[in-house]
Write a protein that binds this ligand. Structure first.
Ligand code: SF4
Ligand code: SF4
Length: 103
C-alpha cells in the first residue's frame, strides 16, 4: 500500500514513502502543552494529539511540513527526528478514533 492518504496511513501504520522530510517530534521536557501545534497541523496529515498530559506527534502521520514550528510553537520544542522509531501501539487509538481532532 502506498499510504498516500491519511486513512491508508492510519490503517497500515506506514508513512508515505514519497515524503522527503523526516517526521518531527516534541521535546516533552520543554513543551508547555498549549495545543497550538495541534490546531496548525494540516488535516490531511493530522499527526498531533493529546496523550494524557503530553502532546505527541505520530511519526507515521507527520510529513515534516513544518507548519507546527515557531512561531506556532511558542517555545521551539519541536525537533526533526531523522532516527524516528514507530509510534507505540497506544498512540494509534487517537487517529481515526472518536476523539480524532482532524475530521
Ligand atoms: S511537521 Fe507538519 S505534519 Fe508534522 S506534525 Fe508538524 S504540522 Fe503536522
Ligand atoms: S505548540 Fe509547542 S509548546 Fe505548544 S503543545 Fe505544541 S509542542 Fe507543546
Amino acid at each position: 500500500m502506498a499510504a498516500t492518504t491519511r486513512e491508508e496511513r492510519i490503517a497500515s501504520h506506514e508513512r508515505n514513502l514519497k515524503w522527503q522530510q523526516p517526521p518531527l517530534r516534541i521535546d516533552m521536557s520543554i513543551c508547555i502543552n498549549c495545543d497550538t501545534c495541534l490546531r496548525h497541523c494540516p488535516p490531511q496529515f493530522g499527526a498531533i494529539f493529546n496523550h494524557g498530559i503530553d502532546v505527541i506527534i505520530v511519526p507515521e502521520l507527520c510529513s515534516g511540513c513544518g507548519k507546527c514550528l515557531p512561531p506556532v510553537c511558542p517555545v521551539d520544542c519541536i525537533l526533526s527526528d531523522p532516527d524516528w522509531t514507530p509510534a507505540p501501539d497506544g498512540w494509534w487509538k487517537y487517529p481515526g478514533g472518536p476523539d480524532d481532532p482532524y475530521p
